[in-house]
Ligand binder design. Structure first.
Ligand code: CTP
Length: 474
């Protein structure tokens, strides 16, 4: 046991309130879990505090709430024997120390009262078992029976019990291990990695929402590929995102090879993580090539093709989001749009960039054109320095042209300069297909750069187009 005192770190009055409340109830209480871990890692103080009481956590929570200004509400989760208080920025969770045993088919444990040590044993990782006493006799004392401090120093994710018990008890922990490794830059102990492989199928009893929560956290890391690679080596990835693992491998026919799109994707995700914090853009990077597995073909004349993979990929995004119970809202639509358009700027950057091509890109991507450019720059993973430089330069040119086109034509959230009503009035028309034809022609003329995106030139163009269609002005 490490004899270290953290009295000074628990100076906030909230800890004193909890300590006093526990003393009045004659029970022992401890800060435990993530708060202690992050304190020792000096990771920036967490606002989530987990308290374990050797007695009733719910009673302790009620007592604490009674002492706090404004008497915050106590949310009681009777089934779990836990209670939660939100006070200022704090979110404090109380639980009674317990021993738990699990049945094979459920995460719901059979719970009995236990000692602090019992409670520490049933937690996920040694770095999350460390507790700090709030008791009068040894306030601030670190209680670390599983050498969490040593594991923090050695950057190791290790389970307090035999890993197959810890993971089988709660299979979500397999993903938590990987997520912590990715977030903290730690290694998972070999024994633990093996236990994850053995227990991988038990991930099926975990709800999609919890799984997605962990996937989000992995994608939010500075280098998401650390977590994704671990999901791959532990064989969890095909159970979670089979669309991604289907991209793995290189085929060769008649001396022609294509790149390994799985490992390429991981590079793209890391690249984008260095460029944007937008979680959904990171999802788009992760999924941008998923249409390549079902569309892959070999053609004797042109070699490997992935015809329409962007379109197929965007359809797959919907199915994947649905399966994972992710929101089917504007976030999903954004990811679909990014996947669908993911090759557009690359084509532009290879050719001589025309203004009209850029105008069409801005028109189609709308408010998301910058995100699309970021995704496409992240997509450059060629190891050929010359090509790398050429593509990057060309993207600079495309970005510059986007600014110019924007200044001139304001296409980002395009509103037609001439409404259907104006067309109807001018030519004395009832609703008819001619109106659509004229509106479309005006839009095309703007995108081609024939006219400015303004009322007067669009009006003149409408008159000309109307005449071509044999319409008479009123
Ligand atoms: N815990 C566990 N098994 C789980 C989830 C949580 O043993 N499947 C324990 C750990 O001791 C953990 C504590 O409960 O430290 C609190 O869990 P949680 O708030 O989910 O995680 P934190 O460790 O606080 O980390 P983060 O906030 O980054 O998720």
């Amino acid at each position: 046991m490490t004899l270290t005192n953290f009295k000074k770190s628990l100076r906030d009055s909230i800890f004193k309130t909890i300590a006093d409340s526990a003393e009045e109830l004659s029970i022992d209480s401890f800060v435990i879990g993530g708060y202690v871990r992050d304190l020792l890692l000096q990771r920036g103080k967490s606002k989530d505090i987990d308290i374990v009481a050797v007695g009733s956590g719910i009673e302790l929570a009620k007592k604490v709430a009674g002492k706090l200004k404004g008497n915050p509400r106590v949310s009681v989760f009777k089934n779990f024997g836990t209670a939660m208080i939100k006070h200022h920025a704090w979110e404090i969770e109380f639980v009674g120390a317990r021993t738990e045993s699990y049945t094979r088919d459920s995460r719901k444990p059979v719970v009995e009262n236990g000692t602090l040590l019992d409670d520490q044993k049933r937690r996920d990782f040694t770095i999350n078992t460390m507790a700090i006493s709030l008791n009068e006799t040894d306030f601030g004392q670190l209680i670390d029976p599983f050498d969490g401090v040593r594991d923090l120093k050695n950057k190791i994710i290790r389970t307090p019990l035999d890993p197959s018990i810890t993971y089988s008890d709660d299979p979500l922990r397999m993903m938590r291990a990987i997520r912590f490794a990715a977030q903290l830059g730690f290694n998972i102990e070999l024994k633990s990695l093996q236990a994850i492989i053995e227990n991988k199928d038990r991930i099926k009893i975990i709800s999609q929402e919890r799984i997605v929560d962990e996937l989000h956290k992995i994608l939010e890391c500075d280098q998401p590929s650390i977590g994704l690679k671990l999901l791959h080596t532990t064989e969890l990835l095909p159970l979670l995102l089979p669309e991604l693992t289907a991209l793995e491998g290189i085929e060769e026919i008649e001396g022609q090879r294509h790149k390994d799109n799985f490992w390429h994707t991981l590079e793209v995700v890391d690249n984008i993580a260095g460029m944007s914090d937008n979680l959904w853009l990171r999802w788009a990077a992760l999924l941008h090539d998923i249409g390549k597995a079902p569309t892959k073909k070999f053609d004797k004349k042109i070699g490997w093709t992935f015809h329409a993979h962007e379109f197929i990929g965007s359809k797959m995004v919907y199915k994947l989001f649905k399966r994972l119970h992710m929101p089917l809202n504007d976030k999903m639509k954004f990811v679909q749009k990014m996947v669908r358009m993911s090759s557009r700027p690359i084509i532009l950057s290879q050719d001589n960039v025309t203004d009209s091509a850029v105008r069409r890109l801005v028109f189609d991507a709308g408010e998301h054109v910058d995100d699309l450019m970021t995704l496409c720059e992240a997509d450059i993973t060629t190891k050929n320095a010359k090509k790398q430089k050429k593509y990057k330069n060309n993207f600079q040119i495309v970005r510059q042209k986007i600014i110019e086109v924007e200044e001139r034509d304001h296409l980002r959230n395009f509103q037609p300069p001439i409404s259907g009503e104006v067309i109807m009035k001018t030519f004395n028309l009832k609703p008819s297909k001619e109106i659509g034809i004229i509106k479309d022609a005006i839009k095309e003329a703007i995108l081609e750069g024939e006219i400015l995106n303004e009322y007067k030139p669009a009006y003149d163009f409408m008159i000309k187009k109307g005449r071509e269609l044999g319409l008479e002005q009123k």
